[in-house]
Every structure is written in C-alpha cells, then in structure tokens.
Design a binder for this molecule. Structure first.
Ligand SMILES: [Zn+2]
Ligand SMILES: [Zn+2]
Length: 433
C-alpha cells in the first residue's frame, strides 16, 4: 500500500500527522536529519541548513518563500499541539550540531586572534569586487551575539539592536541567531525560510571556521536583506594574540538603514555615480535621512559613498564596547502612542527582566519616539568583553565597582578607560541609583 502522505513518499525520519499529505513540503524533509547534508552552491557554500534545492550554476539556493508560507498556513492547525515535520527535522539537525560542537576540538582557535574581512555581498565596484567592506582584528573567542552587537553593527555602520540577523556556517548550513529577538522584521525569515537556529550567545566565532579562507554568512535585516560575508583572512599565532579588537582598514560608507537591501543599493550607487549634481544632492539626502545617519549616528564628515571614515567607525566601536549587551527581546522600534502600540508597550513591559527598563529616544514633534529595552545590570561574564580593548575574558573579567555594569580584562585597562571615557559614564549611572 502506498504511503498515505507526501504523495506516496515515505519520509526517513519525520512523522506526519493525519491530514497532512506533505503538500508543499521541501524534499529535504524526507531525508534523515541524522546524516543529512545539503547540496553546496558553486562557491561551495551551504545556506539555510541545506534545505533548499540548489541549481548548480547558482551560489544561493532557490528559496520558494511563497510555497513555504502557504504550507505553513495550511498546516498550522494540524500541528497546533505537536511538532510539524519541519520542526522535527530542524530539532534533530540542531541536536546533532549541538553534539558536534560540544565535541569539537578548537585546537586553541578560541585563544587566537583573527583578521577578518566583512563585506556586503552584491554591492560591487566596476571590477566586480566588494565596494563596501571592513577589515578588522578580533579574538576567535568572541561570542557571536557579542560580535554582532558590539563589533559588526558599529564597525559596518548599522544601528545596534534594530533589525534581526543570523549567521550561517557555510560549510554545513548551520544557522545561528538571537534566542528571543523582538525585532520588527524577525518573522519574515525565521518562520518561512530558516525555521530555527542555534542560540548565538552560546557559540563563539572560532566554532564557525577551521582555517584561513573559510567564510561565514551574515544576513542583517530580514525585510531589506543585507547579505554579508565574513572571510577569515588570517589566524594569528596564540603568542601574538591579546584579544583586542581593532579596525584595520575598510572601504565605502554603510548604506542607509532601510534602503532596501544589497541589490537595490547596488543600483542606487550606480545611478549616483553618473547622476547630475542636483540628483546627487537628492540621493545624498536620502542616505543621510536614514536612522544610522540621523537618529542613531552621525553623518560622515565628507559625503562620499566610497570613503570609509575609520575614525568615526573606531568611535562607534569604542562606544559599543563600553556598554552592556543589547537586550534582543526589546529591540529598537518606532512607536506612536496610540492604541495598538500601547498594547505593544504593555507586552514589552510585562516581559522585562530584573534591572531592565524601556528607554525612550528621539521623541519628535509628532510625539512618536523610539523605544528600546536596556539592561541595568552587568552581562554574564561568558557573554562579555573588556570595555576598553574588546578582549573576551570569561571569568577573568572584573566588573567596574562604580556602576557594576561594564567589565575589564585588567587593572591597566580599567585605569586607562576610566580616565579617557568611563569617568563620565560611570558617575552618571552611579548617581542615578
Ligand atoms: Zn582589556
Ligand atoms: Zn563604571
């Protein structure tokens, strides 16, 4: 007798509930997740757990968002109280990966610094090379959640704790992302493409590469879709590694947040290149009206989309390092104080943990404002870095005795940072209590 589900195909691992005939289910879910391996694209990369069909000539797989969404809507009542085949499959993949990572011998990579280059995919110069990129030095031991929040966002020029994101280990397609993000755009990818991911505050950068030349995928903003790649250019010997974070080099201004993703921004720049002075001024206004240049950042000292202002980027990095980690469950959101958002505020204030408060920012004349949940206490040492140099220190980090919020790797860094930066910050926080 033919198997009643999945058009007669019997899955190797997942179980269907009665009423689900496997309509719209991707082929990958009929496989056994305990041994499954996705098909790489032409650059050898595996994206989104390897779930999607992959034409040989393409680097990215074929995401059929409509099909996946339709299936999700059609089956959500059937799997109201039990795991859907997709969920069963991803849970098994996650469990397998969790064990692999627990058994992985890092061979000291977490103690070694790396030179990485992060660039926007799809925004290219006339020669086809990335037009917007940053090169920096960072410890392999930094947690993914921390490098996203305190390094990648400020160094690239994106707003911290605004849109959702994930990392992809491109050698096997494993996805890592925030555990409880409340970013406005979080649903559009998580529920329709990637299903689920490993918690990024539990894993460090060094667990995602093995050798120089390895690449890690990073997608920022599920609405606009800014695809980045992080290339491991050099792994520095342990005896030359001190864990400090430093921007070495870069090119290109960060696009305006909300400027519709890499491909549209590439077209925007091409038009800008050949635009008349009047049109150039208009396009400049468009970039500079975006949140990362207006409400949450400074306009560049000189407007040139190909220039990289390393001084400004270093300032943003330093300011991020001397702050607590972003609270993902309270990502920045623009709020108008009318009925629907009151409900939203309420939902956020109910979910506040000890010490957390909702901060209002940039309250404007229309009485709208940005709100974000911020932490009042210190971060877990395992998920923190030295506020002065960026070294991930684990239990070795010492909390500032004044504010009890930020941490240092050594008394020397605490002293230097106190004089240069923290004296003002700390007093302010101290007096507030
Ligand atoms: Zn330090
Ligand atoms: Zn302090």
């Amino acid at each position: 007798m033919a198997y009643p589900y999945g058009n007669g195909r019997r899955p190797k691992f997942v179980k269907f509930a009665p009423g689900d005939r496997g309509e719209g289910l991707l082929d990958a879910f009929y496989e056994d997740p305990r041994v499954f391996r996705g098909k790489p694209g032409k650059r050898g990369q595996i994206h989104a757990w390897g779930l999607y069909p992959h034409p040989d000539e393409d680097n990215l797989p074929e995401y059929d968002v409509m099909k996946t969404m339709q299936r999700m809507m059609a089956t959500q009542m059937i799997y109201h109280k039990q795991d859907s085949p997709e969920r069963q499959f991803i849970n098994a993949l996650k469990e397998r990966k969790r064990k692999e990572l627990a058994a992985l011998d890092l061979e000291g990579r977490d103690k070694r610094d790396v030179i990485i280059r992060i660039y926007l995919v799809g925004v290219n110069d006339a020669q086809g090379n990335p037009r917007i990129w940053r090169r920096l030095r960072v410890s392999g031991g930094i947690k993914l959640s921390v490098i996203q929040d305190k390094v990648i966002a400020p160094v690239m020029g994106w707003v911290r704790n605004f849109h959702c994101y994930f990392f992809t280990q491109l050698s096997d397609g494993t996805m890592f992302g925030p555990k409880d993000s409340d970013a406005v755009d979080r649903f559009s990818w998580q529920n329709s493409i990637g299903y689920d991911w490993m918690p990024d505050d539990k894993y460090m950068l060094a667990q995602l590469y093995a050798k120089e030349g390895d690449q890690i995928g990073y997608l920022y903003d599920f609405g606009d879709k800014w695809f980045h790649e992080i290339e491991i250019e050099k792994i520095i010997p342990q005896e030359e590694s001190d864990g400090h974070i430093e921007i070495l080099d870069g090119k290109g201004m960060c696009p305006g947040e909300n400027m519709h993703g890499s491909l549209q921004y590439n077209d925007f720049l091409k038009e800008l290149d050949s635009a008349s002075p009047a049109k150039k001024a208009e396009k400049k206004r468009e970039i500079l009206s975006c949140p990362n240049y207006k409400e949450f950042g400074k306009p560049p000292s000189l407007f040139n989309p190909d220039a990289f202002d390393i001084t400004q980027a270093t300032e943003r990095l330093a300011s991020a390092l001397s702050s607590t980690n972003s609270v993902r469950s309270g990502a920045k959101i623009y709020t108008m104080p009318i009925a629907p958002t009151e409900e939203f505020n309420d939902h956020r204030s109910k979910g506040l943990k000890k010490g957390q408060t909702i901060m209002k920012n940039n309250v404007d004349e229309d009485h709208g404002y940005w709100q974000e949940t911020v932490s009042g206490g210190s971060d877990k040492k395992k998920e923190s870095v030295c506020a002065s140099c960026g070294k991930p220190g684990g239990e070795a980090l010492k909390v500032c005795g004044g504010c009890r919020q930020i941490m240092y790797c050594s008394p020397e860094h605490q002293k230097a940072h106190w004089t240069a930066v923290h004296k003002k910050q700390c007093t302010r926080n101290f007096l507030k209590k």
